[in-house]
Write a protein that binds this ligand. Structure first.
Ligand code: NAP
Length: 273
C-alpha cells in the first residue's frame, strides 16, 4: 500500500520537510510520497477532514497551525500535551494522534556536544518551540531560566515547568548576571530570519558556553555570530530540524530513519542556496 505524508502550513513554499523525508524514502527504497500543502487558518478544519478522508498516514504541522489543530485531533501524546503544540499527526485506524518532536529533536541535535544533567539552560523566547524545548530539557534534569519580550508568557511557561516537577524561573529579555552562570543558551525567537540584529548582546558570557539558535536560514544569524566571536560553541537550527523530522519518520513508519542520508540532503540544499 502507498504511504501518503504531507506538511501543512502557511507560508509553506520554502519548507524543507518534503526534501528531508523523500531523501529518506529513496535511501531505504520505501514507496511513499510526501507533499506540501498551503493551508490558511480558515481552511484548517476542512484540510484535516480531507487528509483523514484521503487516508494520509501522517502529516507535519507548521506555522500557524501547531496549536489550533489540537481540537481537531482524537488523542495527544505526552510530548504534545507538554508542548501545548502539535508538529506531527499520525492517522492510526482512523484516529488522529497529535505528537510533538521539536523538544526531543532539539535534545538529539545537541546531545553529542553537551552533558545535560545538573546544568543550567537559558531559553530566549516563550513560544511554541520554546515550550517543547523547555519540557525536553527539564526531562534531562536541567534548571531552566526563560526570558521573553512579553514577561507574562515567560512566567507562565516557567510555572508549567515547575508544576511538572522541574526547576524553572523567568525574566525579561535582557542581559544580566545569568550570562556568567549559564551552560546552554537557546535562541527560539524568529529574530534573525531576515538578517536583523538581536535585541540583546551576549557580552560577558563564559567562553565555551554552548549557544544554539534554532534558525537555520541564514546559516549563521547575527546572534550566533556574536556568540562565536565571544568564544562560545555554536550550533544552528538545522540539526534540530533534521531530528524533529527523524522522530516524526520513526513515529509514522517505525524502525530507524536513515539519518545520514537525510542530513546530507538538507546540507546540500541549505548550503548551496
Ligand atoms: P511562536 O510560537 O510565534 O513564538 C515566537 C517567540 O518569539 C515568542 O516568545 C515571541 O515573544 C518571540 N518574539 C517574536 N518576535 C520577537 C521580537 N521581535 N523580539 C523579541 N522576541 C520576539 O513561534 P515558534 O513556533 O516558537 O517558532 C519560533 C522560531 O523557531 C521560528 O523562527 C521557527 O521557524 C523556528 N523553529 C525552528 C525549528 C527547527 O527545527 N529548527 C522548529 C520549530 C520552530 P512574545 O511572547 O513577546 O510575542
Amino acid at each position: 500500500m502507498e504511504n501518503y505524508f504531507a506538511v501543512i502550513g502557511d507560508p509553506i513554499a520554502h519548507s524543507l520537510s518534503p526534501l528531508l523525508h523523500s531523501a529518506g524514502y529513496q535511501s531505504l527504497g520505501i514507496t511513499a510520497e510526501y507533499s506540501r500543502f498551503r493551508v490558511t487558518p480558515s481552511k484548517l478544519k476542512e484540510a484535516v477532514y480531507g487528509l483523514r478522508a484521503l487516508g494520509f498516514s501522517g502529516w507535519n504541522v507548521t506555522i500557524p497551525h501547531k496549536e489550533s489543530i489540537i481540537p481537531l485531533l482524537d488523542e495527544l501524546t505526552p510530548e504534545a500535551e507538554n508542548a501545548g503544540a502539535v508538529n506531527t499527526v499520525k492517522q492510526l485506524n482512523g484516529k488522529l494522534i497529535g505528537h510533538n518532536t521539536d523538544g526531543n529533536g532539539f535534545v538529539l541535535a545537541i546531545e553529542n556536544k553537551f552533558n545535560f544533567s545538573d546544568k543550567k539552560a537559558v531559553i530566549l523566547g516563550a513560544g511554541g518551540a520554546a515550550r517543547g524545548i523547555a519540557f525536553a530539557l527539564k526531562e534531562k534534569g536541567m534548571r531552566i531560566h526563560i526570558l521573553n519580550r512579553t514577561l507574562s508568557r515567560a512566567q507562565e511557561l516557567a510555572s508549567l515547568i515547575r508544576l511538572a516537577g522541574g526547576e524553572a524561573s523567568s525574566g525579561d529579555l535582557l542581559p544580566g548576571v545569568w550570562l556568567k552562570d549559564v551552560d546552554l543558551v537557546v535562541q527560539t525567537t524568529p529574530v534573525g530570519l531576515y538578517g536583523e540584529n538581536y535585541p540583546i548582546s551576549l557580552q560577558g558570557i563564559k567562553p565555551k558556553t554552548l549557544v544554539v539558535d534554532i534558525i537555520y536560514k541564514p546559516w549563521e544569524t547575527a546572534f550566533l555570530r556574536e556568540a562565536r566571536k565571544l568564544g562560545c560553541q555554536t550550533i544552528n537550527g538545522l540539526p534540530m530540524f533534521l531530528f524533529q523530522g527523524v522522530l516524526a519518520w520513526e513515529f509514522w513508519l517505525g524502525g530507524k530513519a536513515p539519518v545520514e542520508q537525510m542530513w546530507a540532503a538538507l546540507v546540500n540544499e541549505v548550503q548551496t542556496k
